[in-house]
Design a binder for this molecule. Structure first.
Ligand SMILES: [Zn+2]
Length: 711
């Protein structure tokens, strides 16, 4: 429950509890579920209510309690809300239910009727099956099944409905490692063997075989920490099932899996096996971080730069950062792996806090594609169109060769940028250099970072041209429409996380793209992940400017990462892909570095810009979104928040600003941003602010430490 702290109860005579035990306790008129946080002696004078009873099962291990304490402080969340993220239904605390399954005995039954024969055929087909499944398959009543057991044709066997996971074998045979891989693996094995908290950044280009390298670290953890558990986080795991097969090949057993595609029974099994310490390897999406591990010996965060590690709704957290904290609490090794590490992790590596392990490209492996730019000032798209003639030409060539094009838009939402068609002037916020975003309903240009706004002028303030201002900002649907009109014979599809049909529709799109059944895919970030599209040879970035300067300080980094990721999917060694960037500013430092394929220069440019503004990883950010059912209420509450902001050295408050979505799901919104120097404990700052401000109950205030979304 959303309570600020633990409540005290008496332990009834004859009951013994330990920290982490699951209990029922009286709360007002009812009995509520809870977890024992600590046990202390008391002289009985406080007249505490006694606990109602123990639920059973293994108590939450100590590391979990410490992690919840830490996370609730860090995220400025009530501990009850964080604890809730870890708990499952009470049935996960009880032993697995037992089910009866039937299989053929191999003997002829004493009397063989036609119905019985159908059941035996069904049993041959299904192997082990429940009576209900057998009866359904054979089209008979379940009485026929039990009759067959008596007649000797079937044997019944009891087995747990949630069987334990098979033990992984560290000595399973892996792929042969190259010398570079072997060196990297040796370093990781050494860290794992030494034990205690250690972190490493496995920085290897696409195709350098990072997975095989961290498999060696997993094997070492299995060997040397016999009671330790291993957590591997993967983004979009529901879409990348191929990796599970590789685990099975290497370790001879499937790991426990955790993601949104599991049904309640599968979740109960995984949760219980982890809580009891029997599941050794767990591969999961970001929420796997909140599973009740007994003791972690190794945590791997694959594709550590991936923005989907940020949970942006409800309990907001950045799973990569929390994974490092969890590893620290449990004294585990943590490996962050990526072909395009985040600036945060690179900064840690450069400062010596992470062991930096590089895996350069193998000779002959496909590397970055040829990257070129189209200067939209010279060859603009037609009015109301988004693809310029040279891009259309490149798409036509690709289509004629029977190869595939990916048109990439780095934003899913509607994110216009206002600029002058005549001179390229872009409207920027005077304080932060970020572009101003057009708000159509108010006719104003707004800075989403600071709240600065101005009416949209009729003439360009730079060159004086009249009616030359244009807002650039197509959504994926709009570009797909244009591609369809240009290539009526081509199969054009949209790939974006908000398409109807959800994960299944996306998996279907991936499969069709792999089989080359799609000619032109118009996609967002999600199109870049973990997929192998061998016939994809052209990546067109529709608007590189939007990516390099949105209201989001990480947008440029994300564009770069996506390009490299997409490029890793494009072409093969014998058929190199190419990437074309449409831009109004081809001389921009970051664009120039991209074209040169110079990662270090690109990162230097990005780092300097962030350092200058004191943005992560050189400073801290937190966002505060206020929402209410009326505009008056939200304005008043946001003003009250701004008024009560504690003064502190090294802290700046930006806003209140109207976010891109001024109204969302029927609620009016305002946003404040807190920027703090790295030395400031931004969580403690927010907590003290929260404690002093009085906000009406009808107004919602959501604090997000380390925000990744700025809408
Ligand atoms: Zn102009």
């Amino acid at each position: 429950m959303p309570l600020p702290e633990a409540f005290d109860y008496a332990v009834p005579d004859g009951m013994e509890v330990r920290p982490g035990d699951h209990v029922h306790a009286p709360l007002g008129p009812r009995s509520a579920r809870g977890v024992v946080w600590s046990v202390a002696h008391d002289d009985g004078s406080r007249n505490l209510k006694p606990l109602d009873g123990l639920i059973g099962g293994a108590p939450l291990a100590e590391g979990n309690l410490a992690f919840i304490d830490w996370a609730s402080k860090y995220l400025v969340q009530l501990p009850g809300n964080v604890l809730r993220a870890m708990l499952r239904g009470e049935d996960a605390l009880r032993p697995s239910p037992v089910e009866t399954v039937y299989r053929p005995s191999g003997e002829e039954p004493t009397r063989l009727t036609e119905a019985r024969q159908r059941v035996l055929d069904a049993a041959d087909l299904l192997g082990e099956a429940s009576a209900a499944d057998l009866a359904r398959e054979a089209g008979v009543s379940s009485g026929v099944v039990s009759g067959l057991v008596k007649a000797g044709g079937l044997v019944a066997e009891e087995r747990p409905a949630d069987p334990p996971f098979a033990d992984p074998d560290p000595e399973g045979e892996g792929l042969a490692l190259t010398e570079l891989q072997a060196d990297a693996a040796a370093t990781l094995r050494r860290l794992v063997r030494a034990g205690g908290f250690q972190s490493a950044l496995l920085d290897g280009v696409t195709g350098s075989g990072k997975t095989e390298v961290y498999f060696e670290a997993i094997a070492e953890a299995l060997r040397t920490h016999s009671d330790g558990q291993i957590l591997v986080l993967l983004p979009e795991i529901a879409l990348t099932q191929a990796i599970m097969a590789r685990f099975k090949e290497r370790f001879g057993a499937e790991p426990a899996e955790w993601h949104s595609g599991l049904n309640p029974k599968q979740r109960r099994r995984v949760w219980r096996e982890i809580n009891e310490g029997r599941a050794r390897i767990v591969v999961g999406a970001r929420s796997a971080l909140f599973l009740p591990f007994r003791k972690l010996s190794l945590v791997v965060v694959d594709e550590e730069h991936d923005p989907t590690y940020k949970q942006g709704e409800g309990l907001t957290y950045q799973a990569r950062d929390l994974a490092v904290a969890r590893a620290k609490i449990d004294g585990a090794t943590v490996i962050l792996a990526s072909a395009t590490p985040s600036l945060e992790s690179l900064a840690n590596a450069r400062a010596g806090r992470y062991v930096h392990i590089r895996l350069p490209a193998r000779i002959g492996a496909a590397v970055l594609p040829d990257i070129s730019t189209i200067d939209l000032r010279e060859t603009p798209a037609e009015a109301g169109r988004w693809l310029s003639p040279p891009m259309v030409e490149a798409m036509a060539e690709t289509f004629e060769r029977g190869e595939q094009t990916l048109l990439y838009l780095n934003r899913r939402g509607y994110a216009p940028l206002v600029l002058c068609r005549a001179c390229g002037h872009r409207f920027q916020s005077p304080d932060t250099d970020t572009p101003l975003v057009e708000h159509r309903y108010t006719g104003r240009l707004v800075c989403h970072l600071t709240g600065f706004s101005m009416p949209k002028p009729d003439t360009c303030p730079d060159c004086g041209a009249k009616d030359s201002l244009t807002s650039v900002g197509p959504g994926v649907e709009r570009v797909a429409e244009e591609a369809k009109a240009l290539f009526p014979q081509a199969v054009v599809e949209i790939f974006s996380s908000d398409i109807s049909g959800g994960g299944e529709a996306l998996r279907d799109l991936i499969a069709r793209m792999e089989r080359s059944e799609i000619d032109i895919l118009v996609g967002t970030q999600i199109a870049a992940k973990g997929h192998n599209f061998p016939n994809l040879t052209l990546v067109g970035v529709v608007d590189a400017d939007l990516g390099l300067a949105g209201g989001d300080p990480r947008a440029g980094e994300r564009t770069y990462q996506t390009l490299v990721q997409v490029a890793g999917r494009a072409g093969r060694a014998d058929r190199k892909g190419r990437a074309i960037l449409q831009t109004h500013d081809p001389d921009h430092d970051a664009i120039a570095a991209l074209v040169a394929g110079d990662r270090d220069r690109f990162l230097d440019v990005e780092s300097q810009a962030r350092e200058m503004l004191g943005l992560p990883p050189y400073g801290r950010l937190a966002s505060i979104v206020v929402s209410a059912e009326s505009e008056d209420k939200v304005i008043a509450a946001a003003a009250e928040l701004a008024r009560t902001a504690p003064r502190a050295d090294g802290v700046e408050i930006w806003g209140p600003a109207e976010p891109r979505y001024g109204v969302l799901r029927g609620r009016w919104r305002r946003r404040l941003l807190v920027r703090a120097d790295k030395s400031v404990d931004i969580s403690a700052y927010l907590a003290s602010w929260k404690a002093r401000v009085k906000i009406p109950a009808s107004v919602r205030v959501v604090m997000d430490v380390d925000p990744y979304s700025f809408v």
